[in-house]
Design a protein around this ligand. Structure first.
Ligand code: EPZ
Length: 421
């Protein structure tokens, strides 16, 4: 298993290219199952999660090829897809569950392994199954697999979710595009990745309104045709790299960044004393004082503060003047980066869903261990600002969601290198 060595190297300056969104690409790819015609995605990120989704779709019978070193994905499921999503692939990545809605819509049946839990939480699928059952699916759990089928195809319906689940919204919307009649999803998730999925589905001929709000209406159609669609910019990678100049000092422009993708995050950065300017090239970030100010953060569904930026924000607040309280409301176990940051001299007390961070002048480099995707990059950010060397182990977590992270951070003057196992 590779590690990454980071050495605190002072302020960072320059440009960082922001890739296409992992969490948009992971829902756009299964959309190919909805049509017999080819779907091409451009601006696709080069990540191990995309490789896992490629393996899953290939096992279902989809033909996929990656052009331009994987930045363009051309997919075709003209042959009738195989309806079984195997545990061996699904257990590696929860987003595999996003083939359930499209398989049901296209074939009328699907057998999809439950993903099982992951480091940050149990991550059940009840919101997905109740949403699809509202469209007429019959779903039964047998031997760890969801066996789903419909008699005579999916039928449009009105369904209100108890929680705005991102994945359940995506599964419902994709399935409803081919259901008979009108469907309405209430308390729908509003994330930009859902807006991007709907933009692509509309290019394929779907009739959808209300994306980005908590009420999405879908008129079912008989079939969808092929399309070409650019994956939206990754707002989580964007927020992550915006924190590099925030924690180290300096000035960095995140190319392709847009304020609309990270509004609540930028509000918190401004409160902490970080300047963010939107330019035609992207978002330029600069730290005004020599230390950021403490701020309180509560994670919420979009447009609230993203849970996927909580770990990275904690790393910044470890070096703030004053005490910050972070409240994680989305996942039940998403503070595993805290003990690793404490190894670097951070002062953090975790009680249930709250973490209290007493800022320190400077963190100290140490050997630390990545526990999940976003925790891994929070340790790298901490290492960028720490005194001495930090070695982050188990960086396979990092490679799931950040492409060429050493190259991108070295490009703004950070001292970072990969140690091959
Ligand atoms: C998506 O996961 C993202 N993944 C996650 O990003 C992100 O953290 C999450 O949305 C919240 O924004 C992808 O898009 C591939 P949810 P998803 O369904 O769809 C509970 C990353 O780092 N829940 O909105 O799985 C669940 O346990 C990843 O890129 C149920 O109880 O998230 C969690 O507590 C991590 N029953 C909460 O809802 C269900 O059926 C939010 O889950 C589904 C979810």
């Amino acid at each position: 298993m590779d590690s990454i060595l980071v050495r605190g190297n002072g302020p960072v300056t320059g440009d960082i290219e922001i890739a296409g969104a992992k969490n948009a690409c992971l829902t756009l790819m299964p959309a190919t199952l909805l049509s017999e015609e080819p779907l091409t995605l451009t601006n696709a990120p080069r990540l191990s999660d995309i490789k896992t989704m490629t393996a899953l779709l290939t096992s279902l019978g989809v033909e996929i090829s990656g052009l331009q070193e994987g930045k363009v994905l051309t997919m075709s499921s003209h042959a009738t897809p195989n309806p079984v999503a195997d545990y061996e692939i699904v257990r590696k990545m929860r987003a595999s569950n996003l083939v359930l809605g499209p398989l049901l819509a296209r074939l009328g049946h699907a057998i999809v392994s439950l993903p099982g839990g992951c480091a940050i939480g149990a991550r059940p699928m009840d919101l997905h199954t109740t949403a699809l059952e509202a469209l007429g699916a019959e779903i039964e759990l047998k031997d760890g697999y969801l066996h789903a089928k419909t008699r005579g195809g999916l039928k449009g319906a009105v369904h209100k979710m108890r929680f705005p689940s991102v994945g359940a919204t995506e599964n419902f919307v994709m399935a409803a595009t081919l259901a008979k009649g009108t469907s309405v999803l209430e308390n729908a998730a509003r994330e930009p990745e859902i807006v991007d999925l709907v933009a692509c589905l509309k290019k394929m001929g779907a009739q959808i309104e209300g994306e980005g709000t908590d009420r999405i209406e879908i008129q079912g159609v008989d079939r969808l045709h092929g399309a070409t669609h650019p994956v939206v910019t990754d707002r989580i990678e964007l927020g992550t790299f915006m924190l590099a100049p925030a924690i180290c000092g300096g000035e960095v422009t995140c190319l392709g960044g847009k304020l609309s993708l990270v509004e609540s995050f930028v509000t918190k950065l401004n409160e902490a004393g970080i300047e963010v300017t939107e330019t035609p090239r992207g978002l330029t970030v600069k730290r005004t004082g020599d230390r950021v100010k403490a701020v309180n953060v509560t994670t919420e569904p979009f447009p609230g503060f993203p849970t996927d930026l909580q770990a990275q924000m904690m790393a910044l607040l470890c070096t703030a003047t004053g005490t910050s309280v972070l409240e994680e409301t989305i996942f039940e176990n998403r503070f595993m980066h805290a003990p690793e940051l404490i190894r670097m001299g951070a002062q953090i007390e975790v009680h249930g869903g709250h973490a209290t961070v007493h800022g320190v002048e400077r963190l100290k480099g140490a050997q630390v261990m990545a526990t999940d995707l976003r925790a891994s990059v929070s340790l790298i950010l901490a290492g960028l600002a720490a005194e001495g060397e930090t070695v982050v182990s188990r960086v396979y977590h990092l490679d799931r969601g950040y492409e060429f992270v050493e190259k991108k951070l070295s490009g703004i003057g950070a001292h970072i290198e990969r140690i091959k196992a």
